[in-house]
Design a protein. Structure first.
Length: 201
């Protein structure tokens, strides 16, 4: 990663400081690390900071990781942030519950540094690809909206060729099109008009 490239941001939600320190030690060189020690704090931090990925402990007091993840997925600002669960409970029921809550993956405790790093890298890359796809889709929708502004029937004067806009005002053709598209105009004479123009001189 180049010095000018921004590091992805990770939010670690875990009530055990030793786990937070270990994650920071493993991932700190490549990622900006935020942390929270309670589910409620994790929700607030995610809303404000909007990290690229969240590492979520399953077992926490008051609000466990499953409920915290469910609430994240209900909020528009945080629902697209991928959540990887951190858990020492590896039975099938717990893992199914993690995915149903909205998690995209899990890492077993105690952490294996290579596994944790590989899973985080994979989901950061997937999120960036999805973000790019959403941005391209928005650009396409905006472009289509601009095109639609010039679709359909346009009321045009048969004599002076002015166009009536949505407010009932008559505008010169070039003004109407310029305001509703990225097209520009240059002026000249077509061959027929040129012959008529110069013949009259």
């Amino acid at each position: 990663m180049s010095e000018t490239e921004m590091k992805p941001t990770l939010l670690v939600v875990d009530d055990t400081p030793a786990n937070i320190n270990l994650v920071a030690e493993i991932l700190g060189p490549d990622y900006e690390i935020l942390f929270a020690v309670r589910g409620e704090e994790g929700l607030e931090t995610a809303q404000v900071e909007r990290p690229d990925l969240i590492l979520m402990d399953v077992m926490m007091p008051v609000m466990d990781g499953f409920e915290t993840c469910r609430r994240l997925k209900l909020e528009p600002r945080t629902r697209d942030i991928p959540v990887i669960f951190l858990t020492a409970l590896m039975d099938l029921e717990v893992l199914v519950k993690a995915f149903r809550a909205g998690g995209v993956d899990y890492v077993g405790k105690p952490f294996q540094p290579e596994e944790l790093l590989a899973r985080v890298q994979t989901h950061i890359a997937l999120k960036r690809a999805l973000d790019q796809e959403r941005a391209l889709r928005r650009q396409l929708e905006e472009a289509l909206a601009r095109v639609k502004q010039l679709s359909g029937l346009l009321p045009i004067c048969a004599r002076c060729k002015k166009i009536r806009d949505e407010q009932g005002q008559w505008n010169p053709l070039e003004v109407y099109i310029t305001e509703r598209s990225e097209a520009g105009f240059t002026h000249g004479l077509c061959p027929e008009c040129a012959r008529d123009y110069f013949a009259s001189e």
